[in-house]
Design a protein. Structure first.
Lengths: 567, 324
């Protein structure tokens, strides 16, 4: 008998205008000891299935048909009390963000003991002993000490371990992991996935692993179910589905995954479902100012760049403690190239970008743009340089002012620098919006009317408004789905090719870096440990840390290569 | 941690010194009290004698030093109007105000937090909507009007509760309390409601909005996914997270309950320091005004200090400096 059996499940969210079908007739079976991957893009209904199993659908969402059986017994119709008794006890859940899924005001022990007592009815001493045992089992060192600490005293990866310990309190039979590693660095991700694999193998727990990351699916799962807009399009053994996909959507999804092993000229776009967006960056080239600068000559030179942040304030300067975020970074970015910066979170990637952009004053070292000194001081950077650089940020939701219309947003940089006004400005805004594939009409709307990928295109249009020569892209696609990522990266590649733009491209995603960048710098703890041509770096990494990073990267060997040749 | 407390205490002392200077400046710049105290038929000798008696013939610095010296010991000189020690007058009056403030503070906190949590959990229920609508009245009607309405309804029309004064009081040491007699307790009801109603509705609305915010957080969803009971989630996990911002506002509001009991005390003829202060203003009784000013600032500073320490007690993230 299957551990968990979902059949013909339909979940609907009625709204005033129409009923939104989040999950449509989905089937899924989990056996003991099996890790079942659930993959798809945002809005595909993956998380809704998880919430439906847990009985945690946000109102007004509800199950309209189909059944969920746990060990043969139907649980989809249970009342609130019966469901609460099952939650955490038989079926547990792990959420995406370990930073927010623990209550900040209680110690780890308090949260564990509370959960243990709720399910197992232990007395205080027995529950405390079990809490320590659980913390030990998820691989946190010094469990006796750590258990009395608060969540903020743990790092992201350690917090996710605590979350897993909480999910294990009553030895559940099924664990639903909803994007458990999306917020984590690649090395931590590998550790957490190993822990989940170990649980499945040793304790015969059935796991539903919800993710959008094909690499995680390929490395971790036994079976996989692919979802598209609420429907299951394909299901089967992982190697089979990824190696010889049947359904056109699966094929196009796999084709859009950036490969770590081969460099492609352009990213294949997901063509399924008629969602092709046309953009024409090449048309912008006609009105673009040409530069005499030779391709390959140094555009931006960074020497001895250092940034310290005050960690502990004190009245006496000698007692202040500083944290060195960037330590003596030296590199140059050449005219027309895409220079990548990779590293784990906290390695100083964004700090370097912000110093170059003049958002942080530089503590030591210098930045030169075409030989001219542009090092950021307290008042930022010189005006001539400011006009030549623009930034694209990671989060397309918070980087656009929600109270401004899109045409105002795009016009603002040009207006601020007094480059254009009136009719010509409007014309440029319309042209830019049109060329990034949004259409000139988009200018009359507000940011909330657009999806994440569309917003990121608005950000690109805004960055192009001053006709800059240098773009800083800080994780421009890490908040986006793989198909949207492919689209945005293609636009950026066009900017380089047709407009001769130079870019600083920051990412933690090595396959993306391999596809995008000409040269790469590897950062570790604020220090630049290696700078090399991308192909050299991936083929012959010099520094041990680079080798570590590359070895942790998902290899994606089993993925079908269908569709790649077309691109 | 100790560092933090010492710093906050030093800041508090600085604030008190500045307020002390303002209070003292009143002696110098708000009229000549001797004119008010002596009638039309005074002689120069009377004036000189009184000046000497009140210490007004000394230099500015000496007077300020004396003022501070006295203030630290709770001595603010002799009331121009009543001719008695200010500390004595205040000690007589302060129990009435503190008892009134305590009762209305408890009323505001208990009902405010309780109703706030209730309206947040049952956010679309009929009862919560009714409470939210009614709470608008508490926010928008001025205190004196509420007081007069309550007097009209419960004292004049129904005759259930007294309309003014403290009722019978019992002396315990130097403290006169109305808690021990029935008439004393009855007399507390209307003024406490009048004084606490605004604070109650404010706290309720604040708790509600904070609570709604907290209930959307991931750790609440995760708590539900762990199978915890709804009651434990609402009152253990959610409420505690709600408290941090609520404490700031509540602390300041409790301060103002004491400081601005003036209107309520006037409406109900409550023999507290607020009424004393109003009378002192009318007669330019500067020592009383200065003492009142100092008293209120000590209370505000004390409450703020307590609020800062409460933060640390509630939120462990403030306890460790830097990151571990």
């Amino acid at each position: 008998m299957a551990l968990l059996e979902i059949s013909n499940l339909t979940v609907e969210f009625p709204t005033r205008r129409k009923t939104f079908v989040a999950v449509n007739k989905a089937d899924l079976t989990v056996e003991p000891g099996q890790i079942h991957g659930l993959v798809g893009e945002s809005g595909a209904g993956k998380s809704t299935i998880g919430a439906a199993v847990m009985g945690l659908l946000d109102p007004p969402g509800h199950i309209t048909s189909g059944t969920i059986r746990f060990r043969g017994e139907e649980i989809s119709g249970l009342d609130a009390a019966a469901m609460q008794a099952l939650r955490g006890r038989k079926i547990s859940m792990i959420f995406q963000d370990p930073l927010t899924s623990l209550n900040p005001l209680f110690t780890v022990k308090q949260q564990l003991v509370e959960t243990i007592q709720e399910h197992l009815g232990f007395d205080d001493a027995a529950a405390a002993a079990r809490a320590i045992e659980l913390i030990n089992r998820v691989g946190i060192p010094d469990p006796e000490i750590r258990v009395n600490q608060y969540p903020h005293q743990f790092s992201g990866g350690m917090r996710q371990r605590v979350v897993i310990a909480l999910a294990l309190c009553s030895e559940p039979d099924v664990i639903i992991a909803d994007e458990p590693t999306t917020a984590l660095d690649v090395s931590i991700q590998a550790q957490i996935l190993d822990l989940i694999k170990e649980l499945a193998r040793e304790r015969q727990v059935g796991v539903i692993l919800i993710t959008h990351d094909m690499g995680v699916i390929a490395d971790t799962t036994d079976k996989v179910t692919v979802m598209y807009q609420g429907e299951v399009v394909e299901s089967g053994a992982t190697a089979q589905v990824l190696g010889q996909p049947d359904h056109p959507y699966t094929k196009s999804l796999i084709a859009a995954v950036p490969r770590p092993t081969v460099k492609l000229n352009r990213f294949p776009l997901i063509s399924y479902g008629g969602r092709v967006t046309e953009f024409h960056i090449e048309d912008l080239a006609r009105n673009w100012p040409s530069t005499e600068a030779e391709r390959g000559s140094a555009l931006l030179e960074v020497a001895g760049l250092t940034k310290r942040f005050l960690q502990k304030a004190a009245l006496l300067p000698s007692r202040r403690e500083f944290f060195t975020a960037v330590d003596d970074a030296n590199f140059e970015i050449r005219q027309g190239e895409v220079f990548g910066l990779v590293g784990e979170s906290g390695s100083g990637k964004s700090t370097i970008a912000r110093m170059i952009a003049g958002l942080y004053p530089v503590d030591e070292g210098s930045v030169r743009f075409e030989g001219q000194e542009v090092t950021a001081g307290r008042r930022g950077v010189p005006d001539f340089y400011r006009k030549q650089i623009q930034m694209i940020f990671q989060d397309p939701y918070s980087s656009l002012n929600p109270r401004m219309r899109v045409d105002q947003i795009v016009a603002e940089p040009a207006r601020h620098h007094g480059l254009l006004s009136g009719e010509p400005l409007q014309a440029r805004v319309s042209e830019l919006l049109d060329r990034v594939g949004l259409g000139a009409d988009a200018g009359l709307k507000y940011p909330h009317e657009f999806s994440g990928g569309q917003r990121q295109r608005i950000s690109i249009a805004r960055a192009l408004a001053t006709q800059p020569r240098f773009l800083i892209c800080d994780e421009p696609t890490s908040a986006l789905d793989v198909s949207i990522q492919a689209q945005i990266l293609n636009i950026l590649k066009d900017l380089q090719e047709h407009l001769n733009l130079t870019m600083l491209f920051i990412s933690h995603d090595l396959p993306v870096v391999r596809q995008m960048c000409d040269r790469v710098g590897v950062l570790k703890g604020g220090k630049l440990v290696e700078v090399a041509d991308t192909e050299d770096l991936f083929a012959r990494p010099q520094h041990p840390y680079t080798r570590d990073l590359l070895s942790l990267m998902p290899k994606l060997d089993g993925l079908s290569n269908e569709g790649l040749a077309v691109a | 941690m100790l560092n933090y407390i010492i710093r906050r205490v030093l800041q508090s002392v600085l604030v008190l010194l500045v307020v002390g200077l303002v209070a003292f400046a009143m002696f110098r710049f708000v009229g000549d009290p001797v004119d008010n105290m002596l009638g039309q038929e005074r002689t120069m000798e009377d004036v000189e004698r009184l000046r000497e008696q009140l210490g007004l013939d000394q230099s500015f610095v000496v007077q300020y030093y004396r003022f501070l010296e006295g203030a630290v010991q709770g001595e603010f000189g002799i009331s121009y109007r009543q001719g008695r020690q200010v500390s004595e007058i205040i000690a007589e009056r302060i129990p009435a105000t503190l008892e009134l403030a305590a009762v209305s503070g408890v009323f505001a906190l208990v009902l405010g937090i309780g109703l706030g949590v209730f309206t947040a959990i049952r956010r679309d229920g009929f009862a919560s909507n009714a409470i939210m609508t009614l709470s608008l009245i508490g926010v928008s009607l001025p205190t004196f009007l509420i007081g007069i309405l309550l007097i009209y309804l419960f004292s004049v029309e129904l005759g259930w509760l007294p309309s003014f004064g403290r009722g019978e009081v019992v002396q315990i040491g130097g403290w006169s309390t109305g808690f021990l007699t029935q008439s004393g307790l009855m007399a507390l009801i209307l003024p406490s409601i009048t004084l606490g109603l605004y604070q109650m509705t404010l706290i309720m609305r604040l708790v509600r909005s904070e609570m709604l915010e907290v209930l959307r957080q991931d750790y609440i969803r995760f708590a539900r996914a762990r199978g915890l009971k709804q009651r434990a989630i609402n009152f253990r996990h959610a409420l505690k997270n709600t408290l941090v911002p609520v404490i700031t506002v509540t602390g300041l509001q409790l301060g103002s309950i004491i400081a601005f009991a003036i209107i309520t005390e006037t409406v109900f003829q409550w023999p507290g320091v607020g009424l004393l202060f109003i009378n002192a203003i009318q007669f330019v009784d500067i020592p009383v005004m200065a003492a009142y000013l100092m008293l209120i600032s000590v209370m505000f500073v004390g409450i703020n200090l307590a609020v800062d320490l409460l933060y640390v007690a509630i939120d462990p993230r403030l306890r460790t400096e830097g990151k571990s």
